[in-house]
Design a protein around this ligand. Structure first.
Ligand SMILES: Nc1ncnc2c1ncn2[C@@H]1O[C@H](COP(=O)(O)OP(=O)(O)OP(=O)(O)O)[C@@H](O)[C@H]1O
Ligand SMILES: [Mg+2]
Length: 252
């Protein structure tokens, strides 16, 4: 599904990602772990197209996407959530969801003139789709509330909903468990599993190893920009090199 080949990213002299290669198979849920500052979010930005690598290549379903912009990648089915969700605070949940909907004919002024019926139909379809996703995420009763009322965990769920509006085939989740209370954490895990059962592949950055162990069959460990280890979560956490990497930065 996704292949990262010898990708590096440096900002001036700072080598933030160094020669990282990894593969994510179709239908999998794969983890990306590592201490704070390891380069995990930077790697997501490279995969999603927010940043361009200094070296290396990225392939999605066999096509090279290394130089494509984030919008093009999203249109290809590569969605991502952000480490710190920033919904439009004063817009309602449903409005936040609709703002994320892709390729709305209504955004093209000409289309509004020549086919207003079709535009209205698309809007209705998008609204129904947004409502169905909010329902699925347990947020339906808050659909008409402004996003600012949401807790940290509910914001993570809304982020997931916004990504789902684009009908992605692979989703990159950046710390879905951070700042989420235990009850909502279970809800997030269940939703991810259900979306995965519907055929969506996941790559997940997460510090909460309980979440990682429950979701991921395979994890990659990044430390100081380099791939340090990979394997099943239960094996990787026992790897002395991995333990060292976490203790070395005081992040364990
Ligand atoms: N635009 C940038 N310019 C310079 N340095 C950057 C830039 N973006 C990130 N970095 C540096 O790259 C390193 C890795 O950052 P990154 O956010 O990718 O880490 P992370 O693994 O996601 O950490 P965390 O677990 O804390 O989220 C950090 O030292 C950071 O300061
Ligand atoms: Mg990060």
């Amino acid at each position: 599904m996704l292949e990262v080949r010898s990708v590096s990213k440096h900002f001036g002299g700072a080598h933030v990602v160094s020669d990282v290669s990894l593969k994510v198979g179709k239908g999998g849920i794969v983890g990306l772990i590592g201490p704070n500052g390891a380069g995990k979010t930077t790697l997501f930005n490279l995969i999603a197209g927010t940043l361009k690598p200094s070296q290396g290549a990225i392939h999605l379903e066999g096509a090279e996407i290394t130089r494509e912009g984030a919008h093009r990648r999203l249109a290809r089915g590569l969605g991502r959530t952000f480490q710190i969700p920033r919904p439009f605070a004063e817009m309602t949940l449903i409005e936040n969801m609709l703002a994320a909907a892709q390729a709305q004919t209504g955004e093209r002024l000409f289309a509004n003139w020549v086919m207003p019926g079709r535009v209205a139909g698309e809007e209705r379809a998008n609204a129904e789709k947004a409502m169905a996703h909010l329902e699925f995420l347990g947020l339906a009763r808050l659909a008409r509330e402004p996003a600012r009322v949401l807790s940290g965990g509910q914001r993570k769920l809304l982020e997931l909903g916004r990504v789902l509006m684009a009908d992605p085939r692979i989703i990159l989740l950046d710390e879905p468990g951070a700042g989420v209370n235990p009850a909502l954490l279970d809800a997030i895990i269940e939703r991810v599993l259900e979306i995965n059962r519907r055929g969506v592949t996941f790559l997940i950055i997460e510090h909460n190893m309980d979440l990682v162990a429950r979701l991921c069959g395979h994890v990659f460990v990044l430390a100081a920009g380099r791939l340090l280890s990979e394997g099943m979560p239960e094996d990787v956490v026992r790897d002395p090199m991995v333990i060292d990497a976490y203790l070395g930065t005081g992040a364990a």
